[in-house]
Design a protein around this ligand. Sequence first.
Ligand SMILES: *[C@@H]1O[C@H](CO)[C@@H](O)[C@H](O)[C@H]1NC(C)=O
Ligand SMILES: *[C@@H]1O[C@H](CO)[C@@H](O)[C@H](O)[C@H]1NC(C)=O
Ligand SMILES: *[C@@H]1O[C@H](CO)[C@@H](O)[C@H](O)[C@H]1NC(C)=O
Ligand SMILES: *[C@@H]1O[C@H](CO)[C@@H](O)[C@H](O)[C@H]1NC(C)=O
Length: 407
Amino acid sequence: MWPKTITMELLLDVIVILSVATTGLSVTPSFNVLQYGAVGNGQTNDSPAFEKAWKAVCSSKGDISKLIIPAGKTFMLKPLSFNGPCKSKYTYIQVLGNIVAPKTKSEYAGSHINTWLGFNSVDGLIISGKGTIDGRGSIWWQQPCLGNPAPGTKCRPPTAITLNRCNRFQWKGLTSLNPARSHITLTSCNGGTLSNLRLIAPGTSPNTDGIDISGSTNIKVLNSYIATGDDCVAISAGSSHIKIFAITCGPGHGISIGSLGTRGETDIVEDVHVYNCTLTETMTGVRIKTWQGGAGYARNITFEKIKFVRANSPIIIDQFYCPNRVDCQNKTQAIRVSDVTYKGIIGTSLMDEAINLSCDQNVGCYNIVLDRVYIQHAVPGRKVYSFCHNAHGTASHTKPSVKCLLK
Ligand SMILES: *[C@@H]1O[C@H](CO)[C@@H](O)[C@H](O)[C@H]1NC(C)=O
Ligand SMILES: *[C@@H]1O[C@H](CO)[C@@H](O)[C@H](O)[C@H]1NC(C)=O
Ligand SMILES: *[C@@H]1O[C@H](CO)[C@@H](O)[C@H](O)[C@H]1NC(C)=O
Ligand SMILES: *[C@@H]1O[C@H](CO)[C@@H](O)[C@H](O)[C@H]1NC(C)=O
């Protein structure tokens, strides 16, 4: 029987594991990229074939239309957009084989290269499988630009995969390797779960965030392994109701809220729960970073049951964020930070300063709660301490002690 109140997670498992007959949903029709001329030898540009296959699957009507990327093959794709809206309730991409990016930057020429593989306005998108997506990003890491940009031009390498305006998505399984920039970016998506992912890039690779979430609501990131060069998960402006559960992070820059309020922007992030995560040898741990001069707020953010293993700077609130140290003037405005709870946190810090709550003199941070936070130095015999400026709230059962918070 098909339960009336089935959740998206359950739905995916039902589709993948149980037979169609027991769900009452029919996975029809089904398309295979090989039927559309994809070669899968790792050399041939398979983008035209994928484009044709996508058109077919997206325009077919049904409960679930399925696109199969078969096992045992490697498909080379140039930058490609998979655009909706699609006709089926769910569009299911089963990634059993591998996908690789072009070997040279010139193969990106002529395309709008903010992203390598982009999904736009596809509601009910389901991506799952054991395949690997290799962004071959190392060609971008040293020199981010394509061609010879004018001096002073700021250019960004492409994100590997972007989901833009994709509501009710489900993404389970898959490995992403070596993206040119972030592995996965979510923009303006409402409702979605990412789970059982492996996102891998060298700790030294620049700007390779694991998962960037912006302008999105009701997003869950679960049971995933992220070892990368920048934030494992970054939650930025316009995001709310975000759950980050059971993530293993490191190397990387930890789990971050922000940065918010760049160039005086009004930004809002709220209702975030980060639970049961382990951060190993990350550059920072759990961090909230906001620029001077911004407006808006970051509130109701809970970090719970987090374990640090030799993390640099495990706990940070920074209302003076200014990474390149240019034009770092203090302004009269700042993003308000409030209702931030850290509870059940253990582990070791590589830096002496394990906790740094640096809040703005005018705006400050309110209702910051530390409860059962025990951080020791990674080097036996050395002591950790905390730093605190204009942070208000309470601390209980916490070591190192945080002097500006009430006991
Ligand atoms: C916590 O996360 C680990 C993976 O790091 C997982 O095996 C375990 O089931 C999770 N526990 C809870 C209570 O969510
Ligand atoms: C705080 O966020 C959680 C989700 O993490 C949500 O369930 C709760 O309702 C929020 N609390 C308030 C007061 O909005
Ligand atoms: C901004 O304010 C902080 C806290 O009062 C202070 O430590 C810092 O030196 C100031 N920075 C500048 C550039 O004035
Ligand atoms: C804490 O963070 C602030 C803001 O980024 C930084 O200026 C400061 O050096 C850090 N540590 C201490 C001990 O103030």
